[in-house]
Design a protein around this ligand. Structure first.
Ligand SMILES: Nc1ncnc2c1ncn2[C@@H]1O[C@H](COP(=O)(O)OP(=O)(O)O)[C@@H](O)[C@H]1O
Ligand SMILES: N[C@@H](CCOP(=O)(O)O)C(=O)O
Length: 291
């Protein structure tokens, strides 16, 4: 049996809606695969009781189809579904990397991105690449129609996951259809600052570039306590705070020394709203690994 660990990811980072993503050092999904006559899926781990084992409804089923690679697939979820941490993408990324190796298909990591994205289309209605790209390739990724640009970056992060469910499909329905030119100008500036910050491993510049006035305010309404948690994290030293993916995870960038304090402050702020939460003190990490 082949074992693959694929990391959780945080997409958008504020200014890079549907384009930017980072791999997180933790949490991660672990899947085990062996060749079989047909695709079967067994789920365990975080939130696995809510995830269908039917290959037509699970992200890994679409990936196995795309690679023409039937297998018995066991998935141990480290990433809770509907978290904003690329849960569905982590399984799809692990399956793409693992089945490519199991069946010796010979695709490069970049070529596996659109294949894994077929899994995302099953659950969110859109084959967006911004979670599967970092989960497969690691680091900070810029996914566009031209392909994926990857940068190894090292930025400390705090991911605070409240006990609220926001499905990516629902959160895509509240995204505004238009933006003003002044918002576009601001977004381009922030996205450029964030990209430069990633190249320099500079949490200040990354945090500054996470600011977004187009998509994030519309989605913040789906997360009880978002504004309070954001303000508390900034007061505790976060360099930038935004919604991770489609939410409900709230993501903060910071300097290493501030991470612990920011984590406990974010938990307290959700607690004051009566919302249970868990927190990951993490950082940008590598892509899927085969064992
Ligand atoms: N292998 C999988 N892992 C996680 N979720 C999956 C998987 N396959 C299908 N799903 C479905 O995808 C949805 C979660 O995906 P999504 O809303 O994009 O959340 P996330 O932000 O955590 O990726 C749930 O409805 C879940 O049942
Ligand atoms: N760009 C997508 C990213 C969704 O990420 P997820 O982790 O919530 O699945 C979006 O913002 O809709």
């Amino acid at each position: 049996m082949l074992t693959v660990r694929a990391p959780a990811t945080s997409a958008n980072l504020g200014s890079g809606f549907d384009v930017f993503g980072v791999a997180l050092e933790r949490p991660a999904d672990v899947i085990r695969l062996e060749k079989a006559d047909r695709v079967t899926i067994e789920m365990t781990g975080a939130g696995s009781q809510y995830i269908p084992e039917d290959p037509d409804k699970n992200t890994v089923g679409a990936v196995a189809d795309a690679l023409d690679a039937p297998a018995r697939i066991q998935i141990d979820k480290g990433v809770r579904p509907a978290s904003g941490l690329g849960s569905s993408a982590a399984s799809a990324a692990a399956a793409a990397v693992g089945l490519n190796e199991l069946y010796d298909r010979g695709y490069s990591r970049e070529e596996l991105v659109p294949i894994a994205a077929k899994g995302e289309a099953v659950v969110s209605g859109d084959a967006h690449d911004d979670n599967v790209a970092p989960s497969i390739m690691g680091g900070f990724t810029i996914a566009t129609e031209q392909g994926v640009t990857q940068v190894d970056a090292d930025i400390p992060l705090v991911a605070c996951l409240p006990d609220i469910v926001v499905s990516t499909r629902d959160a895509r329905n509240v995204v505004p259809e238009t933006a003003r030119v002044d918002q576009m100008v601001e977004t381009v500036g922030n996205a450029a600052a964030l990209t430069t910050g990633m190249h320099r491993d500079d949490p200040e510049l990354v945090g500054q570039g996470m600011h977004d006035t187009v998509v994030t305010p519309a989605r913040a309404k789906l997360i009880d306590g978002y504004e309070q948690v954001r303000e508390a994290a900034l007061a505790a030293g976060a360099t930038g705070v935004t919604i991770s993916g489609a939410g409900p995870t709230v993501m903060a960038a910071c300097a290493e020394d501030d991470r612990r304090q920011i984590a406990s402050t974010m938990l307290d702020a959700f607690g004051e709203r009566g919302v249970d939460a868990r927190v990951y003190q993490t950082r940008i990490g590598g892509g899927a690994e085969v064992f």
